[in-house]
Design a protein around this ligand. Structure first.
Ligand SMILES: Cc1cc2nc3c(=O)[nH]c(=O)nc-3n(C[C@H](O)[C@H](O)[C@H](O)COP(=O)(O)OP(=O)(O)OC[C@H]3O[C@@H](n4cnc5c(N)ncnc54)[C@H](O)[C@@H]3O)c2cc1C
Length: 493
């Protein structure tokens, strides 16, 4: 056990059972040390870690592929389409700036979607490979927690199987929230799933909800030629994000052509054969938006499929999420829960980390989860990446603080890329210089945030980053300079 900067980290010796293997297809009754319900990033990572620690592990997943929302209809396909549509937009708008002529540019949407499907398939097959490598049994079926140590599985191929387990990990994820007057048909009125498979570019896509999913998928279809209108009930898009970042994001996204209706409620919809009339209201003023397609991205809710919390006596929180402690233990002994099903930030890397913690606690290790250095990223262009508190949160806490900011316009590498929108901003404690928040908007900031997350993990100070040498010319120099700016010592701005 080693303590760094107030944090306790545990280094594990290999578990004595690490070489135990689980072979063979499941029989009608099976015993496992660990049964994981759900094979998304929370569940599959928990299963792999449990198996690494020598525990006989079965993962129950009802879908035909592993990887859950993230790999099948979330992180991976959305990023594949974001990448492809970025290339398209670059060719259309910016290639000529580099002296590259692109004549006869055309969109082959069918091929773009096929590539996305292939990327998804590479990833789902990758998870299957990892299960085989780590000797995790994948039971294909729908799991139902009968009691603490028994999971009944309705097998996809027919029949039922009862799994007895010493420990159960619930990793059933989340599902999109539907609006009563806009039920998903996944063709014209879509959740994230349908928005990844439009057979043609929508003429007018109305996105309800200006959060991460709405902005990412809205950006994809705008780049491919759709008119995109984003309706957000809160006063700004990206509620909960640092105010400076939101201001810059709105400015840049508007310039790109996204239309925003913030502080606006959707009150109803008329669905006809050829269009969907969306009724909106802002400060008492009603109007309509004439859409060909609607993406409803107003949030996700925990999925408790197969988990009858009432009957089991499983405690839930106010939003229907499973209540857990910092070791991912639920109110039922021997039952753990992780990922979107336990609420908090609905992020794949959070789910994965919680999966690791649950597996390690089950294996007898003194692990615990903390969220102090949990990053969030929005993969629009420019990208947005944050960790820690917003300036508003720090201000409202009454803590004395200082800020530092560095714009990408002053970064040589960003200028060579022709991508100089945005900035890096730090918030640090006024007395101790401890980093409290970091908020970036700009090129590739999804990668830049990792260095800051590491600094947060060790409770680092702005000066730690400011005095660290960064290669030149790199975007990461903006991180160093923003940290120096907290100290009033930025060189290039
Ligand atoms: C469009 C979109 C983009 C996203 N992009 C990102 C991103 O870029 N970065 C990021 O960090 N996060 C992203 N997310 C969020 C991320 O996908 C989720 O946070 C993550 O998938 C949660 O993992 P999980 O394991 O908790 O649940 P899930 O991934 O939802 O997996 C749950 C699994 O459990 C299975 N299951 C449920 N109940 C049962 C049962 N009773 N029996 C058997 N199987 C069951 C389901 O079939 C599913 O496969 C995105 C989400 C969406 C929708």
């Amino acid at each position: 056990m080693v303590a760094f900067g107030g944090h306790t980290r545990y280094f594990f010796a290999p578990h004595p059972l690490a070489s135990v293997t689980v072979e063979g297809a499941p029989t009608e009754q099976q015993e496992s040390e660990v049964v994981v319900i759900g094979g998304g990033p929370g569940g599959y990572v928990a299963a792999i870690r449990a198996a690494q620690l020598g525990l006989k592990t079965t993962c129950v997943e009802s879908a035909s592929t592993l990887g859950g929302t993230c790999v099948n209809v979330g992180c991976i396909p959305s990023k594949a389409l974001l990448q492809s549509s970025e290339h398209f937009e670059f060719a259309r708008l910016h290639a000529h700036e580099h002296g590259i002529g692109v004549d006869g540019l055309r969109l082959d949407l069918h091929q773009m979607l096929r590539r996305k499907d292939e990327v998804v398939s590479q990833n789902t097959r990758g998870v299957e490979f990892l299960f085989r490598k780590n000797k995790v049994t994948w039971l294909k079926g729908h799991g139902r927690l009968l009691k603490e140590n028994v999971v009944d599985v309705a097998l996809n191929e027919g029949g039922n199987l009862q799994l007895k387990a010493r420990h159960v990990i619930i990793a059933t994820g989340s599902v999109p929230v539907e609006l009563p007057f806009l039920r998903f048909d996944e063709k014209r009125i879509v959740s994230n799933t349908g928005a990844l498979t439009f057979a043609e570019v929508p003429s007018h896509l109305v996105v309800i909800g200006g959060g991460v999913i709405g902005l990412e998928l809205g950006s994809v279809w705008r780049r491919l030629g759709a008119k995109v209108s984003v309706v957000e009930m809160m006063p700004t898009i990206l509620p909960g994000t640092d105010d400076d970042v939101v201001k810059e994001a709105e400015r840049v996204f508007r310039r790109q052509g996204l239309e925003f209706h913030a502080g606006t409620r959707v009150t109803g919809a008329d669905i006809a054969d050829d269009r969907i009339v969306v009724h909106i209201e802002r400060e008492g003023q009603a109007r309509t938006l004439d859409a060909t397609h609607v993406l409803v991205s107003v949030g996700r809710k925990p999925s408790l499929s197969g988990i009858d919390a009432g009957a089991l006596g499983l405690d839930l929180g106010a939003r229907g999420e499973i209540t857990v402690n910092d070791q991912m233990r639920t109110s039922l002994p021997d039952v753990f829960a992780i990922g979107d099903a336990v609420g908090g930030k609905l992020l794949a890397h959070k789910a994965e980390e919680e999966g690791v913690i649950a597996a390690e606690v089950i294996a007898g290790h003194p692990a615990h989860m903390h969220y102090h250095s949990m990053p969030s990223v929005v993969y629009t262009w420019p990208e947005i990446a944050t960790v820690g508190l917003t300036e508003r949160e720090v201000r409202e806490s009454g803590r004395e603080y200082k800020t530092g900011k560095f714009p990408f316009t002053a970064n040589g590498r960003a200028r060579t890329m022709g991508e100089a929108s945005g900035f890096v901003k730090f918030i640090a404690d006024a007395k101790t210089d401890e980093l409290l928040g970091c908020h970036m908007i700009g090129p590739n900031v999804s990668e830049l945030i990792s260095e800051v997350v590491l600094a947060f993990e060790y409770r680092g100070a702005a000066e730690d980053l400011g005095i660290t040498v960064h290669s030149h010319p790199t975007l990461s120099e903006a991180v160093k300079e923003a940290a120096l700016s907290v100290l009033g010592r930025a060189i290039h701005f």
